[in-house]
Design a protein around this ligand. Structure first.
Ligand SMILES: [Zn+2]
Length: 398
């Protein structure tokens, strides 16, 4: 099974991949749209069954698909069925091919990635010699990734601990980017409770939660240190019930980005200090939440990055290592020390924006890259290759 052979095979499958992707893109599956997410899981599950996967779950609303290969460690692939797009989007924005691109809601994040991965695995697994050395290829499809995978986290971590290596199926970056590191992401809420009163009738009796929180917007955001990658953003601010009522409730939502754990801890402490200082007795201010995505350290991707470079060279493809500020489910595996690489999907432009589109040719290029990586990994994991087995979570329990 040569790299060139895999590349040609994936190229021949582009029309079939496009048909599958378009079918998935026509199904709305915003995280809150549980019925839509379930339909996507069902459609992807059917394709996985066609390719010999056994389905189990759903766990936490997601799907676990397993392809038995032989003896050896398990390769885990992390995907998600949800998108950021609410119900109704698919009708307004049907999939469209133009200038070598396919656009549509969730085409890059990550319906195109799921379809590409299924074809890539099938191409590698078509030759049993190519996957000899891998015990199982397991694909997880979670239902709540776009909202931080709060319900799925435990499940993902449990499966990751039992994996020899992990591929994140998020899209590739323009220019051939693959994700070799990710920063930490925090989701926090600041809640203020004051005393409600009519603004004139009971003058002086109220305590405004809005007035207490408002100055915090600037104070919190100015904790950001953009050159170092530490960013605090107040994304929402709600408060009050009516114009003439002193507001007894206000709340803001805070997004935190930090390049590493030490910075994340330092930022959390600084945020907690600012919030504590706002407590003035009359208005109680509380901080909720924390880091929802741990940092994905670069060391976690080193071995798989080497493997990807070797395959890219064989295929004549350009790949670029990217350290992303965003989190993904792969961050959970990487933080556990499982060898992990992310951003392996087709190349996506303007992800999670109305211009979201993937490069059609990259379905074959990146698909071949993934198939080649699977074959290389199998080679390295083959029993007896003691030196190669020195890396990877190869003694993980089943
Ligand atoms: Zn995604």
């Amino acid at each position: 099974l040569t790299a060139a052979h895999l590349h040609k095979q994936l190229r021949d499958q582009i029309p079939a991949m496009l048909a599958d992707i378009e079918r998935l893109v026509r199904i709305d599956s915003g995280t809150a749209d549980r019925a839509g997410v379930a339909r996507v899981i069902e459609a992807v599950g059917a394709r996985l069954t066609d390719h010999g996967f056994a389905l189990s779950g759903p766990a936490s609303g997601g799907l676990q698909a397993t392809l038995r290969c032989g003896e050896g460690p398990r390769l885990l692939l992390l995907g998600h069925a949800d998108t950021v797009w609410p119900a109704g989007t698919a009708a307004q924005w049907p999939p469209r091919q133009a200038h070598g691109m396919l656009s549509g809601p969730g085409v890059g994040d990550m319906k195109g990635c799921l379809v590409m991965a299924i074809h890539a695995i099938a191409a590698a697994a078509a030759d049993p010699d190519a996957t000899h050395g891998i015990g199982e290829i397991e694909l997880l499809l979670v239902a709540d990734e776009e909202q931080g995978s709060v319900a799925s986290r435990g499940w993902i971590e449990q499966r990751a601990r039992r994996a020899g290596a992990c591929f994140g199926l998020e899209a590739g970056w323009p220019g051939g980017g693959i994700v070799v590191a990710r920063g930490a992401v925090g989701s926090l809420r600041v809640v203020a409770r004051g005393v409600s009163a009519h603004c004139a009738g009971h003058e002086g009796e109220g305590a405004s939660a809005v007035a207490t929180l408002a100055p915090l917007v600037n104070r919190l955001e100015s904790l950001s240190d953009r050159p170092s990658g530490a960013i605090v953003t107040v994304g929402t601010f709600h408060g009050g019930v009516a114009r003439q009522v002193v507001p007894d409730h206000a709340e803001l939502q805070l997004d935190l980005r930090a390049p590493d754990e030490a910075t994340a801890d330092r930022m959390l402490e600084a945020i907690a200090t600012v919030v504590a200082q706002a407590n003035d007795g009359a208005v109680q201010v509380e901080l909720h939440g924390g880091i929802t995505r741990p940092p994905f350290p670069r060391e976690a991707s080193a071995a798989l990055h080497d493997l990807a470079n070797d395959c890219a060279r064989e295929l004549g493809l350009e790949i670029q290592p990217i350290a992303s500020r965003g989190g993904s489910d792969a961050s959970f595996a990487a933080a556990l020390g499982i060898p992990t690489l992310d951003g392996l999907g087709p190349i996506c432009h303007d992800s999670c924006a109305r211009g979201e589109r993937i490069e059609i040719a990259s379905l074959a290029d990146r698909g071949a890259l993934m198939a080649c990586m699977i074959a290389r990994l199998a080679q390295q994991w083959r029993v007896g290759d003691a030196q190669a087995r020195a890396w990877g979570n190869v003694d993980a329990p089943a």
